[in-house]
Design a protein around this ligand. Structure first.
Ligand code: NAD
Ligand code: TYD
Length: 353
């Protein structure tokens, strides 16, 4: 028996594999296309682990995946693989359509074929867990209630639209074919191994390198932040106890405006690694042109997950953000390896540096 984790060399998939191996004895097959966002160094601590295998493949490759499923008698597939950066989806949506929609479709087809041929007991035990985002629900106004699972889908970016489409396909495979699926819709994650194109790691690294901390628009957009290992524990819980065909919102009850997040990072950095000139890193904050179609506010109502499955996050924003800054300070080699080549090209293009 084994589980197959797609997108396993990315930020959340990688954290999930490390977290899973710390909690279970089962074989884990990590599969990843290794796009610019995939980094095998995220899995370096488990490469010698006999309970872990890495396979370089696209989720759309049904030949590779059907062989893996059969050979290892896979009992669960967890789909983290995706194109994930909203800004990249604005400058080039094509890959988002290919991976998030077509790729998820191909993966569902491959999994459906495998699952249909299992014996009754294995069929009943099997799970397909799809990892999705709160961004499918669109944008909230200041006083709107947080997103619940019954909110309608109103995606606003090519990224969120492609994730919404994938969620619908997953739902349809349950409804039409009976595939045993579960979907999680999580708020913004942060923590170790976060690729530094996203707000939190970008600002930590820019601060330390004496660069501007770019705040889009007025910086008052709100995101609901969850420490990545709390997302991992929620996924483990949903996989073990979730009701088939259901969706579960995952969030940390940590709504923060972007400017407040960046100011918090600066305060922690001022304490842990003060600037040589004695000034605060917050002097590097710079307001830049807003993102096109920028969603104003996301907020997750995670009461269903708590009420039905007993899940709660372990970290507060204050504990999680401090751990995150400490991790980046302690892992300079990882940072310098990911911030080469293609990463520099993106930063130059996006911020016209
Ligand atoms: P990421 O960009 O760090 O990692 C994505 C991984 O998927 C990379 O390793 C990449 O190489 C791989 N990949 C891309 N296309 C692939 C393909 N066609 N076949 C196989 N692998 C492929 O993303 P992340 O932040 O780790 O997000 C993981 C999942 O969680 C995504 O589905 C995302 O939508 C979802 N999610 C992310 C957040 C967040 O805040 N980061 C929040 C909620 C949900
Ligand atoms: P991001 O980390 O890209 O996540 P998402 O767009 O999926 O929420 O961005 C988080 C917030 O930070 C979002 O409101 C956009 C904003 N942001 C900036 O202000 N400056 C930046 O350089 C980046 C990358 C994001």
């Amino acid at each position: 028996m084994a589980i197959l984790v797609t997108g396993a060399a990315g930020f959340i998939g990688g954290n999930f594999v490390l977290d899973w191996l710390a909690h279970h004895d089962e074989l884990v097959i990590s599969l990843d296309k290794l796009t610019y966002a995939g980094n095998l160094e995220n899995l370096a601590s488990v490469t010698a682990n006999p309970r872990h295998i890495f396979v370089h493949s696209d989720i759309a490759n049904s030949v590779v995946i059907s062989e893996l499923l059969a050979k290892h008698q896979v009992r669960a597939v967890l789909n983290f693989a995706a194109e994930t950066h909203v800004d990249r989806s604005i400058t080039g949506p094509d890959e988002f359509i290919q991976t998030n929609i077509v790729g998820t479709f191909k993966l569902l087809e491959t999994v459906r074929t495998y699952w249909s041929n299992l014996d009754e007991a294995a069929k009943n035990e099997f799970r397909f867990l799809h990892v999705s985002t709160d961004e499918v629900y669109g944008s909230l106004s200041k006083n709107d209630p947080a997103f619940s699972e019954t909110n309608r889908y109103e995606p606003n970016s090519p990224y969120s639209a492609s994730k919404a489409a994938s969620d619908h396909l997953v739902r349809a495979y349950h409804h039409t074919y009976g595939l045993p699926v579960l979907t999680t819709n999580c708020s913004n994650n942060y923590g170790p191994y976060h690729f530094p194109e996203k707000l939190i790691p970008l600002c930590i690294l820019n601060a330390l390198n004496g660069k501007n901390l770019p705040i889009y628009g007025d910086g008052q957009q709100i995101r609901d932040w969850l420490y990545v290992t709390d997302h991992c524990s929620a996924i483990r819980r949903v996989l073990a106890r979730g009701t088939l065909g259901e969706t579960y919102n995952v969030g940390g009850w940590n709504e923060k405006a972007n400017l407040d997040v960046v100011n918090t990072l600066c305060t922690i950095l001022d304490e842990l690694q003060p600037r040589a000139d004695g000034q605060s890193y917050s002097t590097q904050i710079t307001f830049v042109k807003d993102r096109a179609g920028h969603d104003r506010r996301y907020a997750i109502d995670a009461t269903k997950l708590e009420r039905e499955l007993g899940w709660k996050p372990a970290e507060t924003f204050e504990t999680g953000i401090r751990k995150t800054v400490q991790w980046y300070l302690a892992n300079q080699q990882w940072v310098s390896n990911v911030t080469s080549g293609a990463y520099r090209d993106w930063v130059n293009q996006q911020y016209q540096a």
